[in-house]
Design a protein around this ligand. Structure first.
Ligand code: SME
Length: 155
């Protein structure tokens, strides 16, 4: 599978988020477009913050045992607590890592937030070591901002 051009992918995601009838549909479209658009994205999911827990929303890939993650636990909980993108090149070397699949080698977590308030996050795993870098951050942070805007509008 070849990757979609990142600018084209972002444009497609922007259109899909704008056209979606609600936040839930927008999140599903984002997950699908990211999963289909980038070969290295083995597992793509969105967690939503509910009180002090991250609750798994739409995802594509193998089912994860981590459907609820307390803030501060795992790489997901760390990204939400720190309000910052986290890239892990080798999950087996990171003591925070909560295993989802034995095949996962690297991970990126991008908070979905607006004005310092975290709504959730985009979590992506790859079966390739060090699969994520600045290109992914440059794609995913704008996608998270689009979702945050949509979530703020819809609530
Ligand atoms: N690896 C994540 C848990 C979620 S699964 O990857 C889907 C973490 O360490 O928080």
């Amino acid at each position: 599978m070849t990757d979609m051009d990142p600018a084209q992918l972002l444009t497609a995601i922007r259109s899909a988020v704008a056209a979606a009838p609600d936040t839930s549909a927008a999140m599903k479209q984002v997950v699908r477009l990211l999963k289909d658009g980038v070969a290295d994205y083995t597992w793509v999911g969105i967690y939503l913050l509910d009180g002090n827990e991250l609750v798994l929303g739409p995802f594509m890939g193998k089912p994860s045992p981590h459907t609820r993650i307390p803030l501060g636990r795992g790489i997901c909980g760390a990204a939400a607590a720190e309000k910052a993108t986290i890239i892990v090149d080798d999950v087996n070397e990171d003591p925070r890592y909560l295993a989802c699949s034995v095949d996962t080698l690297s991970e990126i977590v991008v908070p979905i937030m607006q004005d310092g308030e975290v709504f959730g996050e985009i979590d992506i795993d790859s079966d390739r070591r060090a699969a994520f870098g600045s290109k992914d951050r440059e794609l995913l942070e704008p996608v998270a901002a689009l979702l945050a805007e949509r979530m703020a509008e819809d609530r």
